[in-house]
Design a protein around this ligand. Structure first.
Ligand code: GLU
Length: 393
């Protein structure tokens, strides 16, 4: 008796693995978790204090559906300060996490029969959101470093193309789109009149000399076709608070506001005050986190490439490594489930992100945990190699 709409939805693999690994931990198993991508740091004290103050000041009632004006203004100011983007507060909507912002965007923009270009590998929920909106995901290849190029996008454009999803830095690959390619992609969007959903949730997690570029900041024309999504979850270690935001053309923001008014209403009032402090308060914690992630990134990249049968492109951003495990002879699902069963290490199968040759490891965990996990993977692969050799004999 289920509605057709939900019959074909696959559960979120990232959250499923996370739940499974945490359950094993609860049962007393010593699992090393490289599952869901969430910073292992605590929410900074000043942000927690702002939330406590909000409770004590009785900011516990309904707020405007799209967020308190102070927070919408703070987002607009942040976009100007950090991304050179000029948005009015009326062009900003606060939602219950980045995922909710993205879901609202899909609902507000995509119709049955529309096509949304999705570069592979992609974050697990984009595909399902497009399908729930009854549109069609059009998968687009990326290069051998998982980078998207304008040529690859161009190959996929049809008269039905309504949107391109640009997620740079990318989850799951950590790739950062080349700035020249972003410029050319903007030209394509203008020429063919489609939206660019720019998911910039990992914008601060860039390493070395590679920097993030907000596509909407290039010129007014592309800005009018850009729908920017972001959240405070990753930047400020606030995944549980559920505050995301969208900036875009007024009519889209208005439509999303209407939609939200019939689903969740406002995001949690207390969390909005915490997000306000996150955006307006001191930013030192962000720098410290990014530094720690950079150290972990280099460490895990080196360790992964030291395991026989595994090769990993150096991630430039976000906090994920996306190694190719196809030489082990296992599918991504077999690799992940056996690794969890046999060596108590949780990783996410690449099939959830559109590639069965890869698995994803979130390195948003301590160097010590990464070391333990990598030691286990190394041992597990070596034992398997012995087994395979024996089988061959
Ligand atoms: N975005 C994170 C991840 O990919 C959080 C989990 C989720 O919502 O998918 O792991």
């Amino acid at each position: 008796m289920l509605a057709q709409r939900v019959k074909n939805i696959a559960p979120s693999a990232t959250l499923a693995i996370d739940a499974m690994a945490k359950q094993l931990k609860k049962e007393g198993k010593d699992v090393v978790i490289f599952g869901a991508g969430e910073p292992d740091f605590n929410t900074p004290e000043n942000i927690k204090l702002a939330a406590k103050k909000a409770i004590d000041s009785n900011f516990t009632r309904y707020t405007p559906v799209g967020g308190i004006p102070e927070l919408r203004n703070a987002v607009a100011a942040k976009l100007k300060r950090e991304n050179k983007l000029d948005y009015d507060a009326s062009e900003v909507l606060i939602s219950c996490g980045g995922k909710h912002s993205l879901f609202n965007i899909a609902m507000a923009v995509l119709d049955k029969g529309d096509e949304a270009i999705l570069p592979v590998p992609y974050w697990v929920s984009y595909e399902e959101m497009i399908k729930i909106a009854e549109a069609r995901p059009v998968f687009c290849r990326t290069d051998d470093k998982f980078k998207i190029t304008s040529k690859m996008v161009e190959e996929k454009i049809t008269p039905r193309t309504k949107m391109l999803i640009l997620n740079s830095p990318s989850n799951p690959s950590g790739a950062i789109a080349n700035h020249d390619e972003i410029r050319k992609i903007a030209e394509l969007a203008i020429e063919h009149n489609f939206y660019v959903l720019s998911d910039e949730v990992y914008e601060h997690f860039t390493y070395g000399n590679v920097k993030h570029l907000s596509i909407g900041s290039l010129n007014e024309e592309i800005k009018s076709l850009t729908i920017l999504s972001n959240s405070v979850s990753k930047t400020y270690a606030m995944t549980g608070w559920r505050i995301g935001y969208t900036a875009g053309p007024k009519e889209i923001i208005k439509a999303m506001d209407n939609l939200q008014s019939h689903s969740t209403s406002n995001p949690t009032s207390i969390a909005q005050y915490a997000a306000l402090e996150a955006l307006n308060g001191p930013q030192d914690s962000v720098k410290q986190m990014v530094q720690a992630f950079d150290e972990r990134r280099r460490f895990i990249h080196k360790r992964l490439n030291g395991v026989s049968g595994i090769s990993c492109v150096e991630p430039e951003g976000a906090f994920y490594a996306f190694p190719d495990v196809s030489e082990t002879g296992m599918s991504s699902m077999e690799f992940s489930s056996r690794l969890l069963d046999e060596a108590l290490v949780a990783v996410v199968p690449g099939i959830a992100f559109g590639s069965d040759r890869h698995v994803r490891l979130s390195y948003a965990t301590s160097i010590h945990e990464i070391e333990r996990g990598m030691d286990r993977i190394d041992r597990w692969i070596k034992q398997k190699a012995v087994k395979i050799e024996n089988e061959e004999i």
